[in-house]
Design a protein around this ligand. Sequence first.
Ligand code: FES
Ligand code: FES
Length: 156
Amino acid sequence: MITIQLTINGEKVTAEVRPEETLVSLLRKRLGMTGTKESCSVGECGACTVILNGKAVKSCVTLAAQCNGKEVITIEGLQQNDELHPLQKCFIDANAVQCGFCTPGFIMTALAYLGEHPNPTREEIRSAIAGNLCRCTGYEQIIDAIEAYGKTAGQS
Ligand code: FES
Ligand code: FES
């Protein structure tokens, strides 16, 4: 076992992890943080995306031990004072959620991207979310949601 210390949604966490244990397994099975989803487990679908030191990563192909000393943000970390994050509200307003399984991954991917590229074009959004799959929405509403948030965030 390896002892790691990391920050998850602003809280310091110490955990004993197996060398092969993935970050998504640590989050979901050990810490009970089930907002991050796991589907393909091979880095193809993006459902498990979290933000690691400011970058979107697929937590099913990220070892927990690699996160020692790093900062992780998950979908649970976005809500402030019982208020959804503005990007979460944009997803609701744009009807960008159907079954919702893919949604945490899309939101974390989009937030990391928007942090570096405020107010992106629809083409740029398409390219930014190319690693995330949704079987329900047809993607247009997801792009609408990210575009809408980008426009407001780009003004601030
Ligand atoms: S579950 Fe991680 S990319 Fe699909
Ligand atoms: S809303 Fe169902 S997979 Fe995207």
